[in-house]
Write a protein that binds this ligand. Structure first.
Ligand code: DGL
Length: 248
């Protein structure tokens, strides 16, 4: 049946689905969490390409008209291959360095992302466009994906894990923090509590949702479906996926 496919290494891409449904509420979605193979952050590009192909094949066999790669790491590793191999449109995540570079007052932008995203040419190219104008400091959100997959969004342990990656960016003067992994917006309330007033966090998901709308229009794909809704699927245990879906 026709649908828009959305996938991530886990439940993080629900932060993107949340924004997509705000502007395309009458569409039909299949959300796939590849949590049996999560996290993607430290895996090789080849491995992530293989997983992305397998998920795309599954979605195509069920009538996907477009696929959203709701994962920065998979976008960086695999979206060029997917676009070359399949004829449907793919929408991926863009690290939101541009709005951060425009918005910073201190001139220091912090980027939180996975190791895979931070070393990928896609991110390095984007960063290269702005690093003459602003200073860009980065940290892997170490342990963040695991916290979200464990539904541990708050509490002393979660706070210690988040502080360990966020505080070094704040200490370097960053007043604008890019959330470069789709899991991280679920830790935003905690991050906002840790960061001093005046620090802002940028989630690229609303821009990705607007991009999907454009892509559907350009490709003549209907914006509504007679049977709207979300079907959740996963390659592993789906407890967190279902619980987080209740929160979006
Ligand atoms: N949610 C992912 C991202 O946006 C992947 C995190 C992971 O599996 O390491 O990068």
């Amino acid at each position: 049946m026709a649908h828009i496919g959305i996938f991530d290494s886990g439940s993080g891409g629900l932060s993107v689905l949340r924004e997509i449904r705000k502007i395309l509420p009458e569409q039909r979605y299949i959300y796939f969490s590849d949590n049996a193979h999560c996290p993607y952050g430290e895996k090789s590009a080849g491995y992530i390409i293989e997983r992305s192909r397998a998920i795309t094949e599954m979605m195509l066999s069920e009538g996907a008209e477009a696929v959203v790669v709701a994962c920065n790491t998979a976008t960086a590793a695999a979206i060029a291959t997917l676009r070359a191999e399949y004829s449907i449109p793919f929408v991926g995540m863009e690290p939101a360095v541009k709005p951060a570079a425009t918005g910073t007052v201190t001139g220091v932008v912090g980027v939180l992302a996975t190791a895979g995203t931070l070393k990928a040419p896609k991110y390095l190219n984007t960063k290269g466009l702005y690093e003459d104008a602003v200073r860009i400091v980065e940290r892997v959100g170490k342990g963040f994906v695991e916290l979200v997959e464990a539904m541990e969004l708050d509490g002393p342990h979660a706070e210690a894990v988040v502080r360990a990656s966020l505080e070094p960016l704040l200490a370097e003067g960053a007043d604008t923090i890019v959330l470069g992994c789709t899991h991280y917006p679920f830790l935003l309330p905690l991050m906002q509590r840790i960061a001093p007033a005046g620090v802002s966090f940028i989630d690229p998901a609303p821009a990705v949702a607007r991009r999907l709308l454009d892509v559907l229009r350009t490709n003549g794909i209907p914006l509504t479906d007679p049977d709207p809704g979300v079907e959740l699927r996963s390659s592993g245990d789906d407890t967190t996926l279902k619980k987080l879906f209740e929160l979006i």
